[in-house]
Design a binder for this molecule. Structure first.
Ligand code: 5GP
Ligand code: ZN
Length: 139
């Protein structure tokens, strides 16, 4: 897609540090290198994010994660890793071509915080919400 930075990387119009490529997906080092080896896995098909992704594209994209994660772990020696995907601006998406972050983690207290606040559970509300979502899954 025109003006999409990741489409340009996939097409080779913008340089990148490529770590994996096949006919469906590509992985390259994130320019920000949050930690050493921070990698992005992207589908070659231009799609905005997971909210707009087909099952076929998701099957291929996410199927590549284990072998890529293992390779990254072996190559960097990182004992741990976060695998993160941001969808839409409020969730932190800044590049609107779907991608999955693989962030190797080397030690505790490395300054990276991925936190989810805990709320007092209201089991009645949880049940209703789960039902509401489950109705939408196959709608
Ligand atoms: P998001 O915030 O959308 O989940 O992640 C976008 C990521 O793309 C950021 O971590 C950012 O560093 C990375 N990025 C943006 N532009 C480029 C680029 O030109 N090359 C590479 N390799 N990474 C990029
Ligand atoms: Zn694109």
């Amino acid at each position: 897609m025109e003006n999409c930075i990741f489409c340009k990387i996939i097409a080779g119009e913008i340089p990148s540090s490529k770590v994996y490529e096949d006919d469906q997906v590509m992985a390259f080092l994130d320019i920000s290198q949050t930690t050493k080896g921070h990698t992005l896995l992207v589908p070659k098909e231009h799609v905005r994010n997971v909210l707009e992704m087909s099952e076929a594209t998701a099957s291929t994209l996410f199927a590549r994660l284990p072998k890529l994660a293992r390779a990254l772990k072996t190559a960097t020696g990182a004992p741990a890793m976060n695998i993160i995907n941001n969808n839409e601006e409020i969730a932190g998406q800044t590049v609107f071509h779907a991608h999955v972050h693989l962030v190797p983690r080397y030690q505790e207290n490395d300054g990276i915080k991925i936190e989810y606040t805990t709320h007092e559970p209201d089991f009645d509300a949880l049940g209703k919400l789960a039902e509401q979502i489950s109705k939408e899954v196959d709608a």
